[in-house]
Design a protein around this ligand. Structure first.
Ligand SMILES: [Zn+2]
Length: 300
């Protein structure tokens, strides 16, 4: 049996927004997700409470390279860890300038306070993964599921029926509903739904979401995620067609999604957690891009 510990990064001084996971079996252990470098000290604190330092982790697995998942991976590499990531993402961690510059276009002067710096990871410390790979760390066997749709290089990890979904499993905080994080540039609703089906078909008993924590009602969760992917994309579509000005669309979308959240009984704090994990303007940008590429026939 594996033992799983959920670590809270206290991103933006808020609980349950971004997680990492320790997975251990006997003396063997790995870390899944590193969060942003801006919250690295919080992660160090959380590790210390479990009796570890970052240098104790020789194997660090990332679901994808977005800053909230992979931003601090380089710091673990400095301590000698091997970093595991999908083959499409690996070169960007070796040469993070492009990743950094495209994030600057979105976050501007908030880059440092939100994410912190990102240093290159030497290629010898990057293991590029493909669908179906099985990585063995002592007694731990980690099965790689390629699960694009949120990001073109997103993978999930199946360890004895626990699937670490990254963002392919959506966001669900506390008793709140599942919602899909839809930042540009890779959103593909059809691919994403296929990835949800792939996760479901692996018959996990528990999903571990980076935003945030374990979900045991797997069937219900997957169905709800498929539905809300269509729902959000469907909300944006007429605005894409009619070229609603972006700012107006963002406020309409915020209103729409806030109502969805409030409808399920979430209080203000929880709505804030959801907004930190998944900024509304980002999903507007990602879904507009999805419709544009789809209508231009540029999605598979
Ligand atoms: Zn994320």
């Amino acid at each position: 049996m594996v033992e799983i510990v959920t670590l809270d990064h206290h991103f933006r001084d808020t609980d349950q927004v971004i997680a990492s996971f320790i997975v251990r079996k006997g003396a063997d252990k790995i870390l899944i997700e590193t969060g942003a470098y801006a919250t690295y000290e919080h992660l160090e604190d959380a590790l210390r409470k479990e009796g570890y330092t970052p240098g104790d982790f020789r194997h660090v697995f990332l679901t994808h390279i977005h800053f909230d998942h992979a931003g601090a991976a380089w710091a673990f590499a400095r301590h000698g860890a091997m970093i595991y990531v999908h083959e499409v993402g690996a070169p960007h961690l070796n040469r993070p300038e492009k990743l950094w510059n495209s994030a600057v276009m979105i976050y501007g002067d908030q880059m440092d306070s939100l994410w912190g710096k990102m240093e290159p990871i030497p290629s010898v410390q990057l293991t590029a993964l493909r669908d179906g790979d099985r990585i063995t760390v002592g007694d731990l066997v980690i099965k790689v599921l390629y699960t694009p749709g949120h990001a073109s290089h997103q993978v999930a990890y199946d360890i004895e029926g626990n699937i670490f979904t990254g963002d392919a499993g959506g966001i669900k905080i506390g008793q709140g509903p599942v919602v899909p994080p839809c930042p540009p540039p890779d959103i593909d609703i059809e691919l994403w739904k296929r990835s949800v089906d792939k996760i479901r078909e692996a018959r996990p008993h528990t999903l571990y979401l980076t935003h945030f924590g374990p979900v045991t009602a797997v069937e219900e969760h997957c169905t709800a995620l498929r539905n809300i992917l269509d729902d959000w994309a469907g909300f944006i579509y007429p605005h894409y067609k009619n070229a609603t000005p972006r700012e107006e669309l963002v406020s309409l979308f915020v209103q729409y999604t806030r109502e969805q959240l409030a409808h399920t009984g979430l209080d203000r704090h929880m709505i804030e957690q959801y907004e930190y994990a998944n900024p509304s303007y980002m999903s507007v940008n990602g879904l507009l891009r999805y419709w544009k590429l789809k209508e231009e026939g540029r999605l598979q």
